[in-house]
Design a protein around this ligand. Structure first.
Ligand code: UD9
Length: 383
């Protein structure tokens, strides 16, 4: 038993997913852990914490009068600091690039607690994603241990002058979480089917002989016409390929749903019936669909990584990506939100088996499913 106390400062859905393997590995090593949920993502968080058996010790209430970034950041500074004083950690862990991660890292530093940064070193070297790109850089200045997932991310850190002996390339914990979840689903698929949102289980049963594609689009820079274009491309795909159906968990913002509906509005009822628009899906359902689909068209970072763990080709609905590794490895193509390009790339995947196989990576460039274990080992060695 080690007497060090580890505090996980977590704010959003992807942070819960990517921290869970670290939590599980530290737990196995009998470390003392506190979970602070900052509340940056509300409703989706609780089910996920339960799913991973990682219940928060403290959950903050972030209700405030303004939605501005300044107001979020100042509320977080005050409330996370109070939680830090209450929970008295020896080490603070943060993941990725959210405002919660930035605030957690800064407060760890202010209170002279070493900070561990999971998924360090991702960079677009561009303005977007805003403000995440700068959050990543700033956390890089504050952390004592950096856990980049890939050689490319390690190189970014070295180029910013981070000392070699504080960089531990471990792979991305998202792969550990995806593999663990798929194993759990395979062990008990009946439970998963029971938990699928209303209508989706029936749709999947009805369309069980069709090929499936999974669509997601949430990035702010894609809101408006870009998302309408993604929807137009999906409409054209189901029109051209009669044995293809699409499942699209849509971002909860009403204007996003409206853009999706507008992009699909020209379709006949029978074609429209082959596209299932869902609410955001519980994580196990998303993993189940990713395993089931032929390929995914997405602007999500996490889904690009998870798809590679299941050898599913990815069409990336962005102009650039900080996950260049999969593009370089041939498992993903950048299609932006260009209707013709998306249709052309989807068409090649759907009509040529050889082309499809050429986009199936034999090994994910993001990790092998053991990143959580490696992080726990490094922390055990140094803290
Ligand atoms: C501005 C921006 O874009 N920032 C990025 C974004 O990360 P992302 O692009 O990876 O985010 P998403 O796509 O939302 O989440 C992905 C995870 O969610 C699961 N999922 C997805 C749909 C669903 O219906 N049900 C689910 O369970 C899925 O399997 C996967 O694991 O947000 C992070 C912090 O919020 C940031 O750190 C990150 O820079």
């Amino acid at each position: 038993m080690n007497d060090k106390r580890y505090l996980f400062c977590i704010g959003t859905r992807p942070e819960i997913i990517k921290m869970a393997p670290v939590f599980q590995s530290l737990k196995r090593a009998e470390k003392e852990i506190s979970i602070l949920h900052t509340g940056q993502h509300g409703s989706v968080a609780n089910d996920l914490y339960r799913f991973f058996g990682m219940l928060p010790n403290v959950s903050l209430d972030l209700r405030r009068s303004s939605n501005s970034l300044g107001s979020l950041t100042s509320a977080l500074f005050e409330k996370v600091e109070n939680a830090l004083l209450q929970l008295k950690p020896d080490v603070v862990l943060v993941q990725g690039d959210t405002t919660s991660a930035f605030v957690g890292a800064t407060l760890g530093y202010y209170h002279r607690k070493p900070v561990a940064h999971v998924e360090a070193g991702l960079r677009t070297h561009e303005h977007d994603p805003f403000p995440e790109e700068k959050n990543r850089e700033m956390i890089g200045r504050l952390a004592q241990w950096h856990f980049p997932p890939t050689p490319r991310a390690s190189k970014n850190l070295r180029q910013e002058g981070i000392a070699d002996d504080s960089i531990f390339e471990v792979g991305n914990t998202v792969i550990d979480a995806a593999q663990w979840t798929l194993d759990k689903i395979k062990a008990d698929s009946a439970e998963l089917i029971r938990e699928l949102p209303a209508g989706l289980a029936a749709f999947l049963e009805k369309m069980k002989h069709s090929r499936k594609i999974l669509i997601t689009a949430h990035r702010r820079e894609n809101w408006g016409q870009p998302i309408r274009n993604i929807a137009l491309a999906v409409a054209r795909i189901v029109e051209e390929f009669p044995d293809v159906v699409a499942i699209w968990p849509v971002h909860p913002n009403p204007s996003v749903r409206d853009d999706v509906e507008r992009g699909l509005s020209e379709l006949s009822p029978s074609l429209r019936g082959r596209i299932f628009l869902a609410e955001p899906l519980p994580y196990p359902a998303l993993i189940y669909l990713l395993d089931l689909c032929a390929f995914t068209l997405t602007d999500s970072g996490g889904i690009q990584e998870e798809a590679s763990a299941f050898a599913k080709p990815v069409l990336v609905a962005r102009e650039s990506t900080e996950r260049q590794e999969l593009i370089n490895g041939g498992g993903a193509k950048l299609v932006g939100t260009d209707v013709e390009l998306t249709l052309a790339e989807a068409g090649k995947l759907l009509s040529s088996e050889a082309y499809y196989r050429s986009m199936q990576v034999s090994q994910s460039p993001f990790g092998d499913g053991k990143a959580g274990e490696r992080i726990a080992k490094v922390l055990g060695r140094f803290s």
